[in-house]
Ligand binder design. Sequence first.
Ligand SMILES: NC(=O)c1ccc[n+]([C@@H]2O[C@H](COP(=O)([O-])OP(=O)(O)OC[C@H]3O[C@@H](n4cnc5c(N)ncnc54)[C@H](O)[C@@H]3O)[C@@H](O)[C@H]2O)c1
Length: 332
Amino acid sequence: MSSSVKVVVTGAAGQIAYSLIPRLVDGKTFGNKKVNLTLVEIPQVVEKLKGLVMELEDSYFPNMGEVKYTDNFEEASKDADWFLLVGSIPRGIVYNGKKIEERSDLLSINGGIFVDQGKAIGEHGKANAKILVVGNPANTNAFIGKNAANNDSQLWMAMTMLDSNRAKSVISKKTNTDISDVTNMIIWGNHSPTMYPDSENVCINGVLGSEAINDMTWVESEFIPSVQQRGKAVIDARGASSATSAAKAAIDTVIACENPTPSGICFSAAIASDGSYDVPEGIICGYPLMTLEDGTVDIKRDIALSDFAKSKFQISIDELLEEKEAVKHLMK
Ligand SMILES: NC(=O)c1ccc[n+]([C@@H]2O[C@H](COP(=O)([O-])OP(=O)(O)OC[C@H]3O[C@@H](n4cnc5c(N)ncnc54)[C@H](O)[C@@H]3O)[C@@H](O)[C@H]2O)c1
């Protein structure tokens, strides 16, 4: 075995984590590396993780290293290479005697969690640690965490890969194309119903969507709303939010960051804006990304946006700015 990687997963007793964690140690996500896991839960739930650890041991994963579980995030974060921040308080539950229904309440409660986790990551995580926020509201949680971490050598991301994968599936059906021939499915903006899935720059068998699809009525009235609302449709159908597809998307994001991106290709995640594509600096915004040979992840800056795309993207940027305003009390 060549080397090892330490991965911290929060929300480890939740439904996404149950699909996610075995895939981290299956020898595909991190190749030949030994994977040491630290699983984190809230104190009320943490003992359940004993059962998950037993199952992992019983599964015979040759690449699995040490597996620990804890409710102490600060301790967990020491020298970690990857943080998969899945844990968050979902909408609809009663928290401190109040039912959490408003997005502003959700932002505030989860924001508090991400201040503490961000501080710990900035102080104790590896200098080149990568952090993928899955727990919603993912972009603004990542924004809060990054600010609290105050460590610019670390990379904070919010997950939009699930939206990208969903959009690829819709495009492959519409164009009768094998899904493996659909690439560069960019999700611009926020991981929320304002996201803009880009049907013009998607690549279908080497042809841009703007040429291959050629049906803007379908794009506006079916494609965009179906991708934006797919999370809700899954909840309505199964009575719980997407889990196995969310776990697969988190794994896809890790793999995309661990391996150089082939020339001309990009993948989707949200990272801090540096002003690219006229997005105000600092907000965690869905972009086309690429991983360079040295392992750094950068924005792909040569994508052309039509006036239609710009107007849709702006709606999501405006929402991110509103969320930023709603959590300003959590910023230093
Ligand atoms: N970005 C995406 O594409 C995407 C997709 C699907 C779901 N999600 C989000 O992912 C999150 C997790 O979803 P799930 O279905 O696994 O939920 P779940 O309720 O099954 O599990 C969440 C777990 O997080 C734990 N948790 C809460 N606060 C924590 C903290 N401070 N530290 C550690 N653990 C904590 C809870 O105890 C719970 O076990 C939700 O916020 C959901 O909205 C995001």
